[in-house]
Design a protein around this ligand. Structure first.
Ligand code: HEC
Length: 459
């Protein structure tokens, strides 16, 4: 899946980083240390808490779940024990592909399992997946309305029109009718989460490309009512709300201090790409917004770094493996990178982002695996979001696998190049940068107390 040599180098550097910045390596779960391991690992005591935290958001019955089987009760889980061991050991479940041996290690809403938790699951399965004492079972996790908003109950939900996506059809790109947001005054957005809602059809399992989603992606932006359909994408006024929703995406939480507005009287415009998967489906998008309180004043108003990382000249031969492309850019203004968001298509398997600072120091900020069924946005924890002085050279590297080894590749005998269909490929780094003044940059750098040069890593 990934480039071994690169990973090995990264790992070597990460050892130093881990030793220096040991406090950064988040040990989240209350897993006992090796010396205090319980004699028997049981479902009720050890496994249920892990499943509650990292799996049940998707693996439960009902409309908000979306995963093929429930993992709520022991009886639900038992038949899947081996599969759970396999998918957690290979770190494909939960879907979260940040490489933990390099770069920044702290993210918001990180559902991933620690090595200790994965080992615990392995021991439990090896021991025959025992149930344990029912009294140890934690209270069940509650899913009040059947649908879970990881940002918490939204202040406003704006729905797209409901659309029928035919069972078999070419990929469709176009505009849906805009939806008025219904706000009487401008609001600042704190967090946003988009759900693809299945109104009817399509509950059978669709393997591979596109997985469970018929909405491959949607450019969602606030603008003047009606404008989106006729006039194409509205370039939102500075700081206006605009995002790209992608299949399998998680919530976006804007860094505190950001001034993303949802204007009074605006509409959301939907620039949508749908991808049929063999069953007729009626679907829509729900966008849940959480707002900052009245009176909130954004701290960050400086211009962004003016960098956009992309590489268009993709040339991916049939059957190619471990193919690498590079994209470069230079920041014009000081900034902070608040999200890491690789966007590729079916062939993509991994993306890394490296920075070379004006003083010549280089570091790897983040590497993540890529699965086109799960196009994740990784929100850096505020205190770990990379600080980038003006003149930083950013270097994104993307890897592609166009062979049978990649289950998202339907026909490995096809050449791939740049294109907007799901079966074409792409290389975009969509991470979000926040512009900082020189003073803000210096201040935030100083606040890191020299613990790490600019991000999470010592150099
Ligand atoms: C974001 C939603 C989500 C989360 C969180 C999640 N899963 Fe999944 N899981 C899915 C979906 C969708 C599938 C089916 C597609 C696939 O196989 O990748 C799946 C498939 C699986 C499978 C394979 C089932 C099969 O048919 O073989 C296993 C096993 C699994 N998940 C276990 C887990 C465990 C254990 C966790 C938590 C540690 C977890 N998942 C977290 C959505 C999720």
């Amino acid at each position: 899946m990934s480039n071994t040599r690169n990973k090995r180098n990264a790992a070597r550097r990460a050892v130093v980083a881990a030793a220096v910045a040991g406090c950064l390596v988040g040990v989240v779960a209350a897993v006992p240390a090796a010396s205090a391991q319980p004699a028997e690992v049981t479902f009720t005591k050890d496994i249920a808490p892990i499943l509650q935290r990292s799996c049940q958001g998707c693996h439960r019955p009902g409309p908000g779940g979306g995963a093929p089987m429930s993992l709520l009760t022991y009886n639900d889980v038992r038949p899947w024990a081996r599969a759970i061991r396999a998918r957690t050991a290979e770190r494909t479940m939960p879907p979260w592909f940040i490489e933990k041996d390099v770069g920044v290690r702290e993210f918001k809403d990180d559902p991933s399992l620690s090595d200790a938790e994965i080992a615990l699951i392995g021991r439990w399965v090896d021991a025959g997946a025992p149930r344990g004492n029912p009294a140890d079972l934690p209270p069940p996790r509650q899913f009040p309305d059947g649908k879970e908003w990881t940002i918490g109950e939204p202040d406003l939900i704006v729905s797209s029109p409901e659309k029928v996506i035919e069972a078999v059809a070419a990929d469709w790109h176009g505009y849906w009718e805009s939806t008025p947001v219904g706000l009487a005054e401008d609001r600042y957005v704190k967090a946003v989460e988009v759900h693809e809602v299945r109104v009817s059809g399509g509950m059978a399992k669709a393997e591979g490309l596109g997985g469970y989603s018929v909405i491959h992606h949607a450019g969602i932006m606030a603008g003047t009512p009606g404008e989106g359909v006729a006039a194409g994408p509205v370039n939102p006024t500075d700081g206006g709300f605009a995002m790209t929703h992608e299949a399998g995406q998680n919530a976006t939480r804007y860094t505190d201090g950001l001034g993303v507005t949802l204007p009074a009287g605006s509409s959301l415009h939907w620039r949508v790409h749908t991808h049929s998967f063999g069953e007729e489906v009626t679907a829509r998008l729900d966008v849940g917004f959480q707002f900052h309180p009245d009176g909130y004043q954004p701290k960050y108003t400086a211009p962004g770094p003016g960098v956009f990382l992309t590489f268009n000249d993709l040339d991916i031969p049939a059957g190619a493996k471990d193919l690498r492309f590079d994209a470069l850019g230079v920041t014009k203004n000081p900034s902070k990178l608040v999200t890491f968001e690789p966007h590729m298509h079916a062939g993509g398997t991994r993306m890394c982002l490296n920075a070379q600072y004006p003083d010549g120091v280089r570091e790897t900020l983040t590497c993540a695996g890529y699965d086109h069924n799960w196009v994740k946005v990784y929100n850096y924890a505020d205190h770990a979001a990379p600080l980038l002085p003006a003149g930083t050279i950013l270097h994104a590297i993307a890897w592609y696998d166009n062979s049978t080894g990649n289950r998202n590749i339907i026909e490995p005998r096809n050449w791939h190049g740049l294109g907007s269909r799901s079966m074409d490929d792409m290389f975009f780094f969509l991470g979000r940068f926040v512009g900082l003044t020189e003073e803000q940059y210096e201040e935030e750098l100083a606040a890191r107390q020299g613990r790490a040069q600019r991000s999470a890593q010592d150099n």
